[in-house]
Design a protein around this ligand. Structure first.
Ligand SMILES: [Zn+2]
Length: 83
């Protein structure tokens, strides 16, 4: 019974510590919600495009486009053109 109480106390202490840690992290981010909003924006799904030459998928910001707006994974494939 003594150990059960001890376990309970340790569990509560650990839970309280993790909550306190999360709170201090949020306060460091500046205005409440600002950091969270930026994080949500960052975690927004990036549009994935398939290279029209080899078919490899890559995030839109990393894609290269030809004059027709077709996505390519690399300059070499852009020069090679679509298959
Ligand atoms: Zn490619």
């Amino acid at each position: 019974m003594k150990y059960l109480v001890l376990l309970l106390v340790v569990g509560v202490a650990l839970a309280w510590l993790s909550i306190a840690r999360r709170r201090s992290r949020g306060e460091r981010g500046g205005a409440p919600g600002a950091g969270r909003r930026a994080g949500a924006h960052r975690s927004e799904p990036t549009a994935m495009l398939a290279c029209v030459h080899c078919g490899v998928h890559l995030p839109r910001p990393e894609a290269l486009f030809d004059a027709a707006g077709r996505p390519y994974c690399s300059e070499a494939h852009r020069l090679a053109g679509p298959l």
